[in-house]
Design a protein around this ligand. Structure first.
Ligand code: 5AD
Ligand code: SF4
Length: 444
């Protein structure tokens, strides 16, 4: 059996992109470990190297491409080394780089829909030593149930829905990840239960390009908020996070669950993308700023201490100074806890790449820096809001000191407390702010 070829050999996985890819790489590591392979840090020494790629922006593509190319010399000195490229970049049609042509030294190129078959491709390669290029249009059997090798011992990712039906005009994801497909409730429930009760995970992050669409394609009557409620019936000291949410589908039922269920983390990532209604419409986002602000208002009313983060694209085609200033105004108004700001990147095959009113790189650069400067100022000022407030934190030890970590990831030092080597949730009250650092005491 040619798979035995891999037993005892070493592997290294390089990951680009979002949490979805990070989690998929955990499954890739699971597949390779099941073959009896050992993971090592040295990419040059590893017998098998897997690049799990991203194509959401040009920068991610360039980074992956350059890193793959830089392995060419090592490969020429060690012909037995096997290089695999998979993920969104190889799935993309008419991308910036024609991987098949430009990377002749890569042995196996597969896409997003057949990573689950990696062991079969490796087996075939060991038998034939013939280069494999196989990009499928439709998903094959899912990755569900594939063993994961997780790095993080605190937070575990769990897929709940794959793909996206939204077709925002700038976004390549629907083209490389296919249509929305929800996982059955029972499967998700069993996975979360095992992670919490048998593996000791404290945070479960539910993943999907658009988690709020969960259940729409299932036969059983299911919604995202029902799923959350159901997962909260699992016994244990843990919390649930989820990403990513879409403002269009973010209903009051989800706010209600977030407010009433102690097991749902009080943190939310809600990408707004732009502060201009004109741009939102051109982006095909299906909401306006009034709607977005209304959600924020309801969230803050229901959960006063909620941590909010967002994604913003600057320099989308047709974005004028006025449109950009509306984004700045929105950011000043909402005072997000964290912003992920991106310069618009043209993705071939998406509608926005054909728009004639593209913005030059210099303007995009100036705008993104302006936005990030504003965000830093807001952050500096925002730290005051923590004073005298109480947060349900995960208690951990950092550099020898006990620290409470809020659902939003903020650290509160607890100098008077002796850490007992166990991670658990407790209420921490912030009593002091010095040098932009919070400190407090455990009150329960
Ligand atoms: N250019 C820049 N940013 C993009 N994003 C998605 N597509 C593009 C693009 N073409 C950003 C969006 C999304 C995040 C994951 O990446 O803000 O929410
Ligand atoms: Fe892309 Fe929009 Fe789908 Fe998010 S909702 S993955 S931005 S198309």
């Amino acid at each position: 059996m040619s798979l035995s070829y891999y037993e005892g050999k070493t592997f290294h996985v390089v990951t680009y992109g979002c949490q979805m890819n990070v989690h998929e790489s955990e499954k890739i590591r699971g597949i390779l470990s099941t073959l009896g392979m050992l993971e090592i840090d040295d990419i040059n020494k590893a017998n098998v190297v897997v690049f799990n790629t991203c194509c959401v922006r040009e920068g991610a593509e360039d980074r992956a491409y350059n890193n793959i190319v830089s392995l060419k010399k090592v490969k020429s000195e060690n012909k037995d080394k096997i290089i695999v490229v998979c993920g969104c970049m190889s799935q993309q049609k008419n991308g910036k780089y024609d991987l098949k042509k430009k990377l002749p030294f890569v042995d196996i190129i597969i896409g997003t829909h057949n990573i689950n078959l990696l062991a079969d491709y490796l087996s075939k390669f060991a038998e034939t030593h013939k280069r494999i290029y196989d990009i499928l249009d439709q998903p094959t059997a899912s990755m569900d149930g594939v063993k994961c090798v997780r790095d993080d011992k605190i937070n575990a990712y769990v897929n709940i829905i794959y793909g996206c039906n939204k077709f925002c005009t700038y976004c390549i994801v629907p083209y490389v990840r296919g249509r929305e497909k929800s996982r059955p409730v029972k499967e998700i429930y069993d996975e979360v239960k095992d992670l919490v009760q048998n593996q000791g995970y404290k945070y479960i992050t539910l993943l999907g390009q658009n988690v709020n669409s969960y259940g729409k394609d299932l036969e059983e009557k299911m919604t995202f908020s029902k799923l959350l409620n159901y997962l909260c019936t699992i016994e244990g000291d843990f919390k649930i996070k989820f990403m990513t949410s879409h403002p269009m589908d973010f209903g009051d039922d989800i706010i209600h669950v977030m407010k009433t269920q102690p097991k749902i983390a009080k943190a939310l990532h809600l990408p707004v993308q732009s502060g201009s209604n004109k741009i939102l419409q051109k982006m095909n986002r299906h909401y306006d700023i009034k709607h977005y602000l209304h959600i924020i208002k309801k969230l803050r009313h229901a959960i006063p201490n909620i941590a909010l983060s967002t994604d913003i694209i600057v320099g989308f085609p047709g974005e004028t100074e006025k449109d950009f200033n509306q984004t700045m105004k929105l950011v000043k108004r909402v005072k997000f806890d964290q912003i992920f700001a991106f310069m618009y990147s043209k993705r071939s095959g998406t509608p926005a790449s054909e728009f004639l009113d593209q913005i030059d790189e210099h303007t995009k650069n100036v705008r993104v820096n302006k936005l990030l400067r504003l965000e830093r100022l807001i952050q500096k000022d925002q730290i005051k809001k923590y004073f005298n407030k109480t947060y349900d934190c995960l208690i951990r030890q950092i550099n020898g000191v006990a620290v409470g970590i809020t659902d939003g990831g903020k650290e509160i030092y607890i100098p008077t407390y002796r850490y007992n080597n166990q991670n658990y949730f407790a209420l921490v009250k912030v009593e002091d702010i010095r040098n932009h650092k919070l400190s407090g005491v455990i009150i329960k």
